[in-house]
Design a protein around this ligand. Structure first.
Ligand code: PRP
Ligand code: URA
Length: 206
């Protein structure tokens, strides 16, 4: 299932990120803030369990999240979404998948993978600002599934139909969440209008 968030604050912040003149500090800050807002929406149906607690006024039944949440940023750019989501879910654990796109073939190349235990029982959020050809997201989902993950959600800022099609075909069980669905990919696989090279803009590497 595809969810595209239609929220004025997300649209406002994403517009700032898209602007060519937005520098590294503001780009990173807005990415964190959008990730936080998206996480708030995504978690609305997360299961909770009842726990007996005592307030200063007496005993009652409270609710806590019933499952671990594991964030899996796709390196590098996905790292820019972790803090924003951990502001909302401070106990979320973090796994990492290292992938980069070969600039000629656009195929993802894996260089790192490390996860917390019991991935099979957790809700796993794969984080990456960009869903372009979909190759990286598909590979990241393949990897977390190989490590046991069963309940997986893909969280991207900007995606295009090509990438959505790849994920829906390869992993129909994975929900996709976008802040915006953009028009198309250009001839070198970049999203248009998009926001440029997310990793470079987050880390100031260009
Ligand atoms: C970017 C982006 C995604 C991928 C999307 O990463 O962060 O991981 O490209 O493209 P795709 O959908 O066509 O696979 P990149 O390979 O530039 O690596 P980086 O984050 O290290 O810069
Ligand atoms: N990766 C990016 O960082 N940006 C794009 O537009 C496509 C892939």
């Amino acid at each position: 299932m595809l969810y595209v968030f239609d929220h004025p604050m997300i649209a406002h912040k994403l517009t700032t990120m898209r602007k060519i003149e937005t520098g590294t500090k503001d780009f990173r800050q807005h990415l964190e803030e959008i990730a936080s807002l998206m996480a708030y929406e995504i978690t609305h149906d997360f299961p909770t369990r009842e726990i007996p607690i005592e307030t200063p006024m007496g005993k009652t039944i409270g609710h806590e999240l019933a499952q671990d949440v594991v964030l899996v940023p796709v390196l590098r750019a996905g790292l820019g979404m972790v803090n924003g989501i951990q502001n909302l879910i401070p106990n979320a654990k973090v796994g990492h998948v290292g992938l980069y796109r070969n600039e000629e073939t656009l195929e993802p190349v894996e260089y790192y993978a490390k996860f917390p235990k019991n991935l099979d029982k957790a809700i796993v959020l794969i984080l990456d600002p960009m869903l372009a050809t979909g190759g990286s997201a598909k590979a990241a989902i393949d990897i977390v599934k190989k490590h046991g993950a069963k309940n997986i959600k893909l969280v991207n800022l900007v995606g295009v139909q090509e990438g959505i099609d790849v994920i829906e075909k390869a992993h129909p069980d994975v929900d996709i969440y976008l802040a915006a669905k953009d028009e198309h990919l250009n001839e070198i696989g970049y999203i248009v209008p998009g926001l440029g090279d997310a990793g470079d803009r987050i880390f100031g590497t260009k």
